[in-house]
Design a protein around this ligand. Sequence first.
Ligand code: ADP
Ligand code: 5GP
Length: 206
Amino acid sequence: MRDGAGVLVVISGPSGAGKSTVIRELLSAKDRFEKPLFFSVSSTTRPPRAGEKDGVHYHFVSRADFEALAARDGFLECAEYAGQCYGTPRAAVETCLARGGCALLDIEVQGAMQVKRRRPDAALVFLMPPSWEELERRLRGRRSEPEEKIVRRLAIAHEEFNYIGAYDYVIFNDSVEKAARQIEAVIRAERCRVARLLPWVGLQTP
Ligand code: ADP
Ligand code: 5GP
């Protein structure tokens, strides 16, 4: 009973803020968590970057396959970002939550707003770069996109900052280790929420 339901954590932030890096750090220390920590592998139509593996970083799919899964209501949320489709396969997240685990979603702001509507118990975390200059440095330093795509991602970043008010937590990624520990703290705090425990002990809000 005390364990309560699973925890759904959304991590958003501008491209290059360090979401994947911080999540990797969290996953590398899974043994710090008492319950399973699960990274939701998204489906996307964007081509893989060098080093990205199908089924690990993303499920790389055609637009037709993406649309077929969307039509079957197979996504918890989905959105278009920089001309490509991205979506969270629903089944794996639900399985994780039913087991009381923590599901981590690395998704952009429109998808995060869909999750917030469908799952009001989700904790929404916005990962901030230390400065705009550092964001540009990280995005360019990653060498994963040509310059015109970097410029597009930076333009999207400007719009994404407008959504911060809809998030529950803002974490600055000046150190990967520190940001990961702060997300760990969010997960622990979310597990202690009274609202999460009420249904398990048969109580209602007075
Ligand atoms: P995102 O997933 O948000 O697009 P990445 O995790 O790919 O961002 O990180 C973008 C780049 O910034 C990568 O080259 C990564 O190594 C680097 N990076 C991430 N976090 C930090 C940090 N705290 N300090 C310095 N560099 C970082
Ligand atoms: P990238 O192409 O850099 O891997 O991801 C681009 C953006 O898409 C990032 O903001 C990332 O968080 C977001 N993203 C990745 N997977 C999903 C998903 O399943 N749904 C949504 N809405 N966004 C996603």
